[in-house]
Design a protein around this ligand. Structure first.
Ligand code: GLU
Length: 302
């Protein structure tokens, strides 16, 4: 009985800690994510070698991979300010890749890199690869390589729940819409909807703060990113309309390292086949309420 009571006390304390003001930003709901022990484990390839990849050789010598990610995108790439721990679907993809390249996922060092700085980070060798809602497109392919895609997103709009006159991008005329510098959604708004007043910041979380404080009328980027913010503040924020673009997410690699690119293509396919992709989705993006879609076919371009 005492054991039972002790167990109950622990559960209660945990519940209080989770729902109390101790976590998350003031006034925001607690971050609900999986505990580390609930995350899938990925089998580390033991005999893997990729001598033709300069990136792999360097990482192997160093003993760990350096991976560029986002730190403010709920369920995708999020850094816990208290622990410094990164979590989300993109983080899981990054770990799966590390396991396939023969380096234990727990050794990965994550670096937060904003949308506008991804290409230079890869070109300067600051990171070995990048996993962070990174759309594959011809312009970027001139600067970096892309493995994948491993997920298909689409551009959408986030507004306050008290807004009723924005239902799609055509309604943005005369409105202020916020997005991230160097992103494809910002470019699309500027080119296809020139009557919208577009403003850009480094990160989408700044846009969301501006939306909540009535500085902007909408935030635009990929639906999955917006869904994460909406899930964290369901009383204040909502998505409107249908996605109006295709954003295939790839893993950015240094441009000339085709050996690494093809190895990551193989790894993506292997983790989709063995169920890791689905498991990772369920404990990350799945929490924002969207059932796992079928992943898009990998495009091993030459
Ligand atoms: N997928 C889009 C892009 O790569 C938007 C998300 C982002 O900025 O990371 O530009």
């Amino acid at each position: 009985m005492t054991d039972m009571r002790r167990a109950l006390t622990v559960v209660l304390a945990l519940l209080l800690a989770l729902t109390g003001s101790g976590c998350g930003k003031e006034g925001s709901p607690p971050a609900k994510g999986p505990a580390p022990e609930e995350l899938p484990r990925y089998r580390v390839a033991t005999d893997f070698r990729l001598p033709s990849s300069p990136t792999w050789r360097k990482a192997k010598r160093r003993g760990y991979l350096v991976v560029g990610v986002k730190e403010d995108q709920p369920y995708l790439g999020e850094k816990d300010p208290a622990t410094g721990r990164y979590s989300g679907f993109d983080i899981e993809i990054a770990k799966m890749m590390s396991a396939s390249l023969g380096l234990p996922p727990r050794t990965v060092r994550f670096r937060s890199i904003a949308s506008a700085n991804r290409e230079t980070a890869l070109q300067n060798g600051q990171i070995d690869y990048y996993v962070g809602t990174y759309t594959i497109n011809p312009l970027r392919k001139r600067l970096v390589g892309f493995a994948g895609p491993y997920y298909m997103a689409g551009q959408s709009l986030l507004v306050r729940t008290d807004s009723d006159d924005i239902h799609g991008p055509a309604d943005l005329a005369g409105k202020t819409v916020c997005s991230a510098a160097g992103s494809t959604p910002l470019q699309r708004i500027q080119h296809d909807y020139p009557k919208a007043h577009a403003v850009a910041y480094d990160n989408y979380s700044v846009c969301v703060d501006n939306l909540l404080s009535y500085q902007v009328d909408a935030v635009t980027t990929d639906n999955v990113i917006l869904l994460g913010y909406a899930a964290k503040a369901p009383k204040e924020l909502k998505l409107v309309g249908k996605p109006f673009s295709k954003e295939p997410y790839g893993i950015g690699v240094p441009k000339r390292d085709n050996a690494l690119r093809f190895a990551l293509d193989d790894a993506i396919e292997a983790h989709e086949r063995n169920g890791d992709w689905k498991k990772a989705y369920a404990v990350t993006l799945g929490l924002s309420g969207v059932p796992a879609p079928k992943p898009p076919a990998v495009d091993r371009y030459h």
